[in-house]
Design a protein around this ligand. Structure first.
Ligand SMILES: Cc1ncc(COP(=O)(O)O)c(C=O)c1O
Length: 360
């Protein structure tokens, strides 16, 4: 850092967010052709983007010289209809990560605190730290979320509790009855952020009716994304649902014009692509079985996952990932989560999983 510039201590302490390596970067340093590289590092959809979204984009007359609709009016209407909630309960963002950041900026400041489980999504942790808020981190020895531990960790300074369900990088889920009981227990002035980026991959029996919970709890925000099951990670589009009071403040905090018209058009069409979501989920379920049994047969322990990636114990995650890179396979070391001996492997197509298991 430039020594002449002084940074607030919480900014100087920020750790870089470590994303999955892009295919182009691995191609450049390995010499392997891009189309021979398999990326299993960022929990994207290996089937590509929703065909309905691609079709809508190809037909849309988007004027790149004009600013996009900052209010995301048509998309907010579509999301509101999809979930059966009022339009003013919707807060759209450039990826759900930006909705998390938006909520954090709405609530946190130095002197306020947030509560979350160990191994919580790094982008949330960084967003909270950026604002100088303190964090109460509840241990998760078995990779599950300790809801009683979260409730007990709430202090007078606590403004926000974060739960990702399913969690990343763990892949574990919280049982819906327990989550509902937890919501009843949280004081009404403390906001709960329920991050459902991987909702579509959860088995029906483990899904809670989180939108109904928003109706009962003015302090609950549920976030969803188009990046995972819908296959639109590159367009950056996600949203939050909260009752109008909180949603209104979040919309005021949000930066204007961050969501392109292309993203808005694609997301509206993607919401209707039921067939694509079903195909994606079916392939992911089969792939998860193949990946976990293949890893287990080779002696690697896997955390039971309910989403589109698997956390596996290896000896030295970074070294494991760099060996695979030489075979044109990108997986995600999770050292930045304090898990030096683990890797996270996204569920690819059947052919991609075969290639990964063969390389092992
Ligand atoms: C738990 C969780 N929440 C949110 C996100 C953010 O996704 P996006 O900003 O692409 O919507 C991710 C992405 O990996 C995630 O794993």
């Amino acid at each position: 850092m430039n020594s002449l510039i002084s940074y607030p201590a919480h900014v100087a302490a920020l750790k870089p967010y470590v994303p999955g390596l892009p295919i182009s970067a691995v191609a450049a340093r390995s010499g392997i052709a891009q189309d021979r590289i398999v990326k299993l590092a960022s929990n994207e959809n290996p089937l590509g983007a929703s065909p309905k979204a691609l079709d809508a984009l190809s037909r849309a007359a988007i004027d790149l010289s004009r600013y996009p609709d900052s209010d995301c009016a048509a998309l907010s209407d579509a999301i509101a209809e999809f979930h059966g909630v009022p339009r003013d309960w919707i807060v759209v963002g450039a990826g759900s990560e930006s909705v998390l950041g938006n909520l954090v900026s709405t609530l946190l400041q130095p002197g306020r605190s947030t509560v979350y489980s160990q191994y919580s999504f790094q982008a949330f942790v960084n967003a909270a730290q950026k604002l100088g808020a303190s964090s109460m981190v509840v241990p998760s020895p078995d990779f599950s979320v300790d809801l009683d531990g979260l409730a007990d960790a709430i202090q007078p300074s606590t403004a926000l509790v974060y739960i990702a369900n399913p969690g990343n990088p763990t892949g574990t889920v919280v049982e819906p009855g327990a989550l509902k009981a937890f919501l009843e227990r949280v004081p009404a002035h403390v906001v709960v952020l329920l991050d459902e980026a991987y909702f579509e991959f959860m088995p029906a029996a483990l899904r809670g009716d989180s939108i109904a919970w928003v109706r009962e709890h003015p302090n609950l925000v549920v976030t969803r994304t188009f990046s995972k099951a819908y296959g639109l990670a590159g367009l950056r589009i996600g949203y939050g649902i909260a009752q109008s009071g909180l949603a209104d403040v979040m919309r005021r905090v949000r930066s204007p014009f961050t969501i392109s018209d292309a993203a808005q058009v694609a997301a509206i069409a993607a919401l209707e692509d039921v067939e694509f979501i079903e195909r994606t989920v079916a392939m992911t379920n089969e792939g998860r079985k193949a990946l976990t049994s293949g890893l287990s047969e080779k002696g690697y322990r896997c955390v039971e996952s309910h989403t589109n990636f698997v956390l596996a114990a290896v000896d030295g995650g970074a070294a494991f990932a760099s060996k695979l890179e030489k075979h044109g396979l990108i997986v995600r070391p999770v050292t930045s989560y304090g898990l030096a001996d683990w890797v996270r492997v996204s569920i690819g197509t059947p052919a991609e999983i075969d290639r990964f298991l063969a390389a092992l």
